[in-house]
Design a binder for this molecule. Structure first.
Ligand code: B1M
Length: 232
């Protein structure tokens, strides 16, 4: 029998369940995040709403308290793992939209940086929008990006950086593409919390993407523009 004060997630109304999931994410409770994610989906929530309202919004609270020195790396790692459990459930559903093939993207987090939640989210949403995505993971050197570009010939190169110390590496990659005369072969999109529009322009990217939804919209627009130019 359950303790008197044990919270039964399935008995909570939607708004309270979402708040409880924020708490559970904060506490790094993987099983509860998995259960909450499934409950919301069973109640007819779209995968996108579960992702943004329950998981991403919860991770924002974790991020704020990490910044303010209230949470530390081990706790944030647990939250990140709980978040990934929820994302694993949502991934096939987001990819299942039956959208027509839009193009191909190679994406990875830059060298020196191991943050991958935002990058994974972008990859998931791009797949959901009909893009084929090759995810290079974290800590990618310029050589790794170049090898993947040569092997995959994508329309888009996506790079993610979450640290002010690693974001300049994006310029190293773009400059190398320029040196090799390959820059115009790809649309280069960049993103990550410390970046902004100005930085994206300064390093020579085609666009800075504030979030995963913007990444999808920008990718669609730039790929369409490129196809029109090639067919003109
Ligand atoms: Co780190 N960390 N962390 N961390 N961490 C930040 C980034 C930080 C801002 C926290 C803080 O102090 N406020 C800070 C960076 C400060 C700075 O440089 N300005 C920081 C630090 C300092 C560090 C360490 C140095 C801590 C230490 O060891 N002392 C260390 C660095 C390790 C390394 O990389 N070498 C470190 C480690 C970690 C963990 C391992 C504990 C964990 C990562 C786990 C993982 O990713 N598997 C972690 C986490 C979780 C965070 C925070 C709390 C959350 C990041 C996250 O997942 N956000 C973060 C605080 C914050 O960002 N406010 C922080 C949720 C995610 C959905 O958002 O990643 O922004 P985000 O992605 C968004 C957009 O940015 C955009 O779309 C995404 C979805 O909408 N986007 C793209 C991202 N990439 C894109 C690529 C695109 C397009 C859009 O390509 C086209």
């Amino acid at each position: 029998m359950a303790d008197d004060d044990e919270i039964i997630l399935s008995e909570l109304p939607d708004d309270e369940l979402v708040l409880q999931m924020h708490d559970d994410l904060y506490d790094g409770l993987k099983d509860e995040i998995e259960e909450g994610t499934r409950i919301l989906l069973d109640r007819g929530w779209t995968p996108y709403d579960v992702l943004t309202q329950a998981l991403v919004a919860g991770m924002k609270i974790v991020g704020d308290d990490f910044r303010d020195g209230i949470l530390f790396v081990p706790e944030v790692l647990l939250s990140a793992n709980a978040m990934k459990t929820g994302m694993t459930i949502l991934k096939p559903l987001l990819a299942e939209t039956g959208a027509p093939r839009m193009g191909k993207m190679v994406i990875g987090t830059v060298k020196g940086d191991i943050h991958d939640i935002g990058k994974n989210l972008v990859a998931m949403m791009m797949e959901g929008a009909g893009f084929e995505v090759l995810d290079l993971g974290i800590n990618n050197s310029v050589e790794k990006y170049l090898d993947a570009l040569a092997a995959e010939q994508p329309d888009i190169l996506g790079m993610s950086a979450l640290l002010t110390t690693t974001m300049p590496y994006m310029k190293v990659v773009i400059d190398t593409l320029k040196e090799k005369g390959m820059r115009e072969d790809y649309i280069v999109l960049v993103g990550g919390a410390p970046l902004n529009e100005e930085f994206g322009k300064a390093i020579g990217a085609d666009a800075y993407c504030r979030d995963a939804a913007v990444a999808v919209e920008t990718a669609k627009q730039l790929v369409a523009r490129r196809h029109n130019q090639l067919n003109a």
